[in-house]
Design a protein around this ligand. Structure first.
Ligand code: NDP
Length: 482
């Protein structure tokens, strides 16, 4: 049985607490590893290691920091198949997805910030009164990166890469539910020769070691991705201390379908947006708003396509829908579906737990991809994040109504608009309350662009040079020369 250790000061160590947590494969509901359940002493060791590594790492030339990130990216590429397999076992998502998306993107994150390290520049401003201002962008020191279970290596690297590129040392905490790729990554850091203490990975649960990291006075900034309730609790801890905080939280994203959309790519795109990773991506389009003139046509075809998704063993090449991440999460999703049914929602397909054909997966946590209609835009099902393979359909009459429904939730992470009318697409892009808007596509990401939401979907932006700015402190210097 695999023992998943902390990575502190360049070494792999069991937690000083002596406690272990079980790591369970969602597709089989069996334990396949044990995870260090870190405590305060581990945190003190990690902070001390990061603090002592900081002076040298922050003074390392940006080009050399970039070279190190690139070496890590290449290590991931060289190990891509074992990593894809590990992530599929760890999360329950289809191996085709971890091969195509999660692992290549983790490497891309590191390549991108390897380049960004050398491109990062600061500003200078000339004043007619005879002075020049220049702004130094200083690394913050020791920062924390806390990432969720849905895209474990992808989001871990998305956070640590800009922090390291900007010259910070990092304490990272992956989700206790899906720790395996972070564990494999810590071994790659050793192989790549990352200086001890520059990156430290502490395993354990959120309310325990996660909360302790957030509250630690030695941590200068926190980059967090996870649920909105956890984000609010972290903000309460951090606010009185005025430490920097970036929160990437939940969403209730609309896919808005107009009658003039290019039908085939739209259908394929909206299905993908709804059900990728069993709907467990913060950017998934879980509310599909459809122009009423094509509502019935759309509904029938959507239900047919969703009903035909191949559910099965995530390790099979032809599986399109794997398991959801945990038993508790499966039950939460099914409970949301039941509440939607009680509120008058019509379950057009799916709606239940499922036992896949594969013998290996008989006890796994699978849910039929589900489509619901008949619920008001302000019903709980259309307001609260379910984070599972559940999509609700809502008809609309015109652009104004589509906009009002789309903006009518407390979230504002992402939206997609499907229409052949380019003027309308631009109008909506201007008025949609969302940090990320896709027109006739979904989840097409350019890493130079900022990523993040508005309203209860978070504050701060990650990605591109914004992320490197987040991990630095601007210091203005004004020189009077006349
Ligand atoms: P959680 O908020 O439960 O957890 C996220 C991370 O925070 C995990 O590592 C968790 O640890 C840790 N954590 C939990 N409680 C605390 C705490 N009090 N202090 C510090 N850390 C804590 O989210 P999930 O893992 O359930 O992820 C799903 C959520 O993430 C969804 O709501 C989704 O929308 C959101 N998300 C947002 C994204 C975005 O970019 N906006 C991207 C991806 C997901 P542990 O799991 O070990 O308890």
């Amino acid at each position: 049985m695999e023992k998943i250790l902390n990575y502190i000061d360049g070494e792999l160590r069991a937690s000083t607490t002596g406690r272990w947590l079980e790591v369970i494969e969602p597709a089989t509901a069996t334990s396949y590893g044990q995870l260090s359940d870190s405590g305060d002493e581990d945190l003190e060791l990690a902070v001390a290691a990061a603090q002592s590594a900081f002076p040298a790492w922050s003074r390392t030339p940006a080009e050399d920091r970039g070279r190190m990130l690139r070496r890590l990216a290449q290590k991931i590429e060289a190990m891509s198949e074992p990593l894809a397999l590990a992530e599929s076992i760890d999360t329950g998502k289809p191996i085709t997805l971890t091969r195509k998306v999660d692992i290549p993107r983790a490497a891309r994150n590191l390549h991108f910030f390897a380049d960004a390290a050398t491109q990062f520049a600061s500003e200078a401003h000339y004043m007619e009164a005879g002075a020049i201002n220049y702004t130094l962008r200083m690394p913050l020191g020791v920062v924390a990166c806390i990432s969720p279970w849905n895209l474990p290596l992808y989001l871990l690297t998305w956070k640590i890469a800009p922090a390291l590129a900007a010259g910070n040392c990092v304490i990272a905490k992956p989700s206790e539910i899906t720790p395996v790729t972070a564990w494999l990554f810590s071994r790659l850091c050793q192989e790549a020769g990352l200086p001890p203490g520059v990156l430290n990975i502490l395993h354990g649960n959120g309310p325990g070691i996660g909360q302790a990291i957030v509250a630690h006075p030695g941590i200068s900034a926190i980059s967090f991705t996870g649920g909105t309730a956890t984000g609010a609790s972290i903000a309460r801890t951090v606010a009185p201390e005025f430490r920097k905080l970036s929160l990437e939280l939940g969403g209730k994203n609309p896919s808005i379908v107009f009658a003039d959309a290019d039908w085939e790519p739209m259908m394929a795109g909206v299905v993908r947006a709804g059900y990728s990773n069993q709907g467990q991506i913060c950017l998934c389009g879980s509310r599909v708003l459809v122009e009423s003139s094509v509502y019935e046509k759309f509904r029938d075809e959507f239900v047919t396509r969703v009903g035909a998704l191949q559910i099965g063993d995530p390790l099979n090449e032809d599986t399109e829908q794997g398991a959801v991440v945990s038993l508790a999460h499966r039950d939460k999703i099914l409970d949301c579906v039941e509440k939607a049914r009680q509120a008058g929602g019509k379950i057009l397909t799916g709606g239940s737990a499922l036992e896949p054909d594969a013998e290996r997966c008989r006890d796994g946590w699978f849910i039929e991809p589900t489509v619901i209609d008949g619920l008001a835009a302000d019903s709980d099902c259309n307001q609260e994040e379910i984070f599972g393979p559940v999509v609700s359909l809502i008809p609309f009459e015109d652009e104004a109504q589509a906009l009002s429904i789309a903006n009518g939730t407390r979230y504002g992470l992402a939206a997609s608009v499907w229409s052949g009318n380019i003027g309308r697409c631009h109008r909506l892009a201007e008025q949609l309350q969302a940090g990320l808007i896709w027109i006739n596509t979904w989840m097409m990401r350019d890493l130079r662009t900022p990523m993040g939401g508005v309203k209860n979907s978070g504050v701060g932006r990650e990605g591109g040079l914004e992320a490197m700015r987040f991990f630095t402190e601007p210091r203005n210097v004004c020189i009077k020369y006349r």
